[in-house]
Design a protein around this ligand. Structure first.
Ligand code: SF4
Ligand code: SF4
Length: 248
């Protein structure tokens, strides 16, 4: 269980994208060339140089156009499927610290990218095509370790993002949910028991450009899970036979 958590109160987001810029600045990631395709979503997707992005979606609700914004990024899962797979592929490729940060290292170049991306319920990991190294938000673990808060949260001008001890953030989310429910009956908190980045939506989830896949093991992970008991059995059998031989 991570010590800290972040709350994204989507009802307070104005899509200013200050968080996107702050993330680029802190991680020294350059801007990417994009083309205008009729949306303010820019760049068009996460990448090895873009760890957070504000996703835009236009909806027709009751005959009126409603514009919904959503800051997408790694949720820092409490039991990260990406790390479970990564541990099997290359030891130390994906780390998790006591504060709740899930961190990709250079060793991710030795992991199967498609498997890792497929295992992520939120479709977050991206790969540098030249080096093979995978990238995503690190929860600004270096800033947190130095007593600072993540760069995007520090920058957010509207109070849409907040950070603190996990218990306090969960309480804050519950209080805000009760408040929002009075005017937005569809308001809900997403994945509160599974992640360190907790999202509070004020409108139906379908109105946001959110990827949320079921937490199901990938084919490779399932095979590995199946294989593990046999591996343990084989180790046990080898040990028993070794003991028997030494007695003889
Ligand atoms: S959101 Fe995806 S990349 Fe982030 S910790 Fe969870 S599984 Fe890993
Ligand atoms: S800085 Fe805050 S208000 Fe601006 S886009 Fe990011 S989350 Fe939304």
């Amino acid at each position: 269980m991570g010590k800290y958590a972040a709350l994204v109160d989507v009802s307070k987001c104005t899509a200013c994208r200050g968080c996107q810029v702050a993330c680029k600045q802190w991680n020294e990631n350059p801007a990417e060339k994009t083309v205008q395709v009729g949306t303010y979503q820019n760049p068009p997707d996460l990448s090895s140089l873009t760890f957070t992005i504000v996703r835009f979606k236009e909806n027709l609700v009751g005959g009126e156009v409603v514009w919904n914004f959503f800051k997408d990024q790694c949720r820092h899962c409490l039991e990260p499927p990406c790390k479970e797979l990564g541990d099997d592929m290359a030891k130390g490729a994906i780390l998790q610290d006591e504060n709740g940060a899930v961190i990709f290292t250079e060793k991710t170049k030795d992991c199967d990218f498609d498997e890792i991306r497929d295992a992520c319920p939120f479709d977050i990991p991206r790969k540098d095509q030249a080096t093979g190294i995978m990238y995503k938000c690190s929860f600004c673990q270096d800033r947190i370790a130095s007593g600072m808060i993540p760069a995007c949260i520090k920058t957010c001008p509207t109070g849409a993002l907040s950070f603190g001890p996990r218990g306090e953030i969960l309480n804050k989310a519950e209080v805000r949910l009760m408040e929002l429910k009075k005017t937005h009956p569809a308001a809900r908190i997403l994945d509160r028991g599974d992640v360190s980045w907790i999202y509070l939506l004020h409108q139906p989830e379908v109105q946001f450009q959110i990827t949320r896949r079921e937490r199901k093991p990938s084919a490779m992970y399932a095979l590995r899970s199946l294989w593990k008991p046999f591996g343990l059995f084989a180790m046990g059998a080898a040990l028993v036979s070794q003991v028997a031989r030494s007695r003889e």
